[in-house]
Design a binder for this molecule. Structure first.
Ligand code: UTP
Length: 407
């Protein structure tokens, strides 16, 4: 894109502040800014300030495998899952590209130390959880770690410095997700520094296309990986490559499986499994009518009662088939570092603008058959979103201790 073309589009979009100081930039900086401007998706930016724009189809219930049902067939599921893992058909994908802005640290979230009397980092917890399985099964699981431009170098360095927490390095590969521009509450593009748009990771929904773009599909095929288990960085209790979960998904003919927990109450703010126009899907709490949120079956259980915890497995062949499908854009309010009109760096204490994200939950709708799989919340769900309060370092520490982890 030339300078004139940039000026023309920015004038039309009322974003000319982006060109402030353009002439003072080096040739390389100018080219970099023009490339950033060229890459902007104006349709997405136009969503600023508009709340959820994703229209929902017709919602109906989707049954989950319950704890009782799983218990009855546990050995069968576990054996099937172990066989699949032992055959090298399972890979794991750690979604660690987020900025963790609610924690308020500039470091990758996985570097957070949850230990009290010793060091125990989030990344370490996750690797240890994975190693429970690989030790039990007697085979390693390739681990693909998604980072972003902002935290890639730090994340790689941290794993190297800690010798991958005992996991074989040859089984760990990193890849970088895409970034997207962010705007303030008036829809104005924010600048990170003079001549550079403020960008942030574009949500966890692009994980598979980013992995493919990084050339890792080749690795996946070479190793014969047929299933990918994706999981969030911040749930320190979760089981990764859980053989029982994998076995259940395979035996029930799913092309995807989703770990779920029973909702604590009808109002709980979690997305729940459902069908949407007959396809498996997830409906967010704010999209459910009060009547639906309170609807109960003959046994008195909530009909929309199973919340997702960002731990899914997907069949690779299905992921490849849907890779080019357009994902909906979610507009989220976040704290976005930027420079003010005088060029001073601002690190806001409260949200100051919008980011545009695609989300992994929206992939479920692109699957044919998803197997929701109930787990015990207190054993498998300890997300660290904040330092204190709900879903925090404090609550996660308590849950880790309840589960026998020495902090
Ligand atoms: P969150 O929704 O908690 O977002 O991510 P976040 O960016 O980490 O944290 P806040 O909201 O700014 O405090 C859920 C999971 O998805 C990953 C996160 O790393 C976490 O594992 N994620 C999120 C990505 O990998 N990329 C993204 O762009 C966003």
């Amino acid at each position: 894109m030339t300078r004139d073309e940039a000026v023309s589009i920015l004038t039309k979009k009322d974003q000319m502040h982006v060109m402030k100081g353009f002439d003072d930039l080096s040739e390389a900086q100018q080219q970099a800014l023009l490339a950033q401007i060229e890459a902007l998706d104006w349709d997405v930016l136009a969503l600023a300030g508009k709340s959820e724009v994703v229209a929902k189809g017709e919602i109906s219930p989707l049954e989950s495998l319950t704890l009782d049902e799983i218990e009855e067939r546990r050995a069968e599921y576990r054996d099937a899952g172990q066989d699949v893992i032992r055959a090298g058909k399972v890979g794991a994908v750690l979604l660690a590209g987020g900025m963790g802005t609610r924690l308020g640290s500039d470091r990758p979230k996985g570097e957070l130390n949850v230990g009290l009397t010793r060091e125990l980092f989030i990344f370490q917890c996750l690797i240890q959880n994975l190693m429970h399985v690989t030790t039990e099964v007697g085979a390693f699981v390739p681990l693909y770690i998604m980072t972003s431009e902002k935290n890639d170098a730090d994340t790689r360095a941290f794993f190297a410095e800690h010798q991958y927490f005992g996991y074989p390095e040859s089984y760990v590969k990193f890849f970088i997700q895409d970034m997207a521009a962010a705007v303030d509450y008036n829809g104005k593009l924010l600048m990170e520094e003079p001549g550079r748009l403020a960008t942030s990771p574009n949500g966890n929904g692009g994980w598979f296309s980013s992995l493919a773009r990084a050339g890792l599909l080749e690795d996946i095929h070479k190793r014969g990986v047929e299933w990918l288990n994706i999981f969030a960085v911040d749930n320190v209790l979760q089981k990764i490559a859980d053989p029982v979960f994998i076995g259940a998904t395979v035996l029930h003919g799913g092309d995807c499986g989703s770990k779920v927990v029973r909702k604590a109450n009808p109002e709980e703010k979690v997305g729940v499994m459902c069908r949407e126009d007959g396809k498996p899907s997830i409906v967010e709490y704010y999209e459910l009518s009060e009547e639906m949120a309170n609807e109960r079956d003959a046994k008195g259980n909530l009909v929309y009662g199973f919340g997702v915890i960002l731990n899914y497995i997907f069949k690779v062949s299905r992921l490849e088939a849907i890779m080019d499908e357009k994902m909906p854009t979610h507009v989220v309010e976040k704290k976005i570092n930027h420079i003010d009109e005088n060029g001073n760096l601002v690190k806001p204490e409260t949200p100051n603008g919008y980011k545009f994200e695609s989300l992994a939950v929206d992939m479920i709708k692109l699957m044919e058959h998803c197997v929701p799989f109930e787990v015990v919340r207190e054993h498998e769900f300890a997300p660290i979103k904040n330092l204190h309060g709900v879903d925090s370092l404090d609550t996660a520490r308590e849950l880790l201790q309840q589960n026998g982890v020495v902090l």
